[in-house]
Design a protein around this ligand. Sequence first.
Ligand SMILES: Nc1ncnc2c1ncn2[C@@H]1O[C@H](COP(=O)(O)OP(=O)(O)O)[C@@H](O)[C@H]1O
Ligand SMILES: [Mg+2]
Length: 345
Amino acid sequence: MAIVETRNIKKYFGEVRAVDGVDLVSEEGEFLVLLGPSGCGKTTLLRIIAGLEQPTEGEVLIGGQVVNGLPPRARQIAMVFQSYALYPHMSVYDNIAFPLKAQGVAKESRREKVHWAAALLKIDQLLDRKPRQLSGGERQRVALSRALVREPALFLLDEPLSNLDAQLRATARDELQQFQASIGTTTLYVTHDQVEAMGMGHRIAVMDRGKVRQLATPREIYDEPADTFVATFLGSPPMNLLVRDDYLVGFRPEHLLPQGQTKGDGATASFSFQVGRVEYLGADRLLYGVFDGAFEDTKIVSRLPSTVTDPIQPGESYQFTVRQKDLKFFDRGPGLRMEPRDFSP
Ligand SMILES: Nc1ncnc2c1ncn2[C@@H]1O[C@H](COP(=O)(O)OP(=O)(O)O)[C@@H](O)[C@H]1O
Ligand SMILES: [Mg+2]
């Protein structure tokens, strides 16, 4: 186990600032997720930590040691990519044993390790098969076993579930998280999928254009976003944002409720919500519309749980409220979070 740290990592490809000054410190045994849209620099950062790419600037530390000068194999890391790249002509057993063989580990101790890793990932009954005889989920577990036998100090996983279908992803997510908790190896997990990030991460680093916008627990990221990028990247549908003078005010769709449905005491902000479209999703309804008056150019979404049974008709206006404490304020320049203030529509 080890802590991984990056200090002001930059990677420029000509004009492209793929990674633009990233400072990160993991905790021991942490499952740390790098979340961000495609092209924001996640893979590049992971490859730099792995030693597959040299940074333009900055330092990588693993277990407190600067590893910039070390080749990948000396860094005690194991990396699993989106495409697992199993050797098609080799059995599962030989695929898992491959890195040990390359290291010159003796046959008997190779055998022990392969069985240990295969048992942990529950694929011991598949060791004689070839990759083409496996499901996507099983292949993914073979790739993880192959990474595991080297007993790395650090796991680097780059969108390892993205080739699986939706249902399998949910189980694979669960298995992967349990597996990581049981071995306790510090893990950096890259994804563009907020559901994966929220569900799996101890903490999430939200990245945008080569920079980390916020590093915090899933709950903090969702409830207390550091800026408008984080506020709108997380959440589906994203946070509503209204422009007022020199600032923005945001609130989550589930916090915009029919008057009388807002729970708890304290002040509320009240809006006349003109509903344009209603999407019935089973567990809840999404209402799309606009506020009458000053903000009518801004599209607004409300999420009503099915326990809220108020009849809502498209084309009608209703009084909706948001608790003052659920309003988040951002400046209009870089969109950074500001102190709360009194707001009335
Ligand atoms: N070898 C490379 N040469 C030039 N540009 C690259 C190279 N690798 C990545 N990039 C660019 O760097 C940016 C970040 O890429 P990447 O790290 O793959 O993002 P992500 O994994 O978040 O989708 C992208 O704009 C990408 O096109
Ligand atoms: Mg990538």
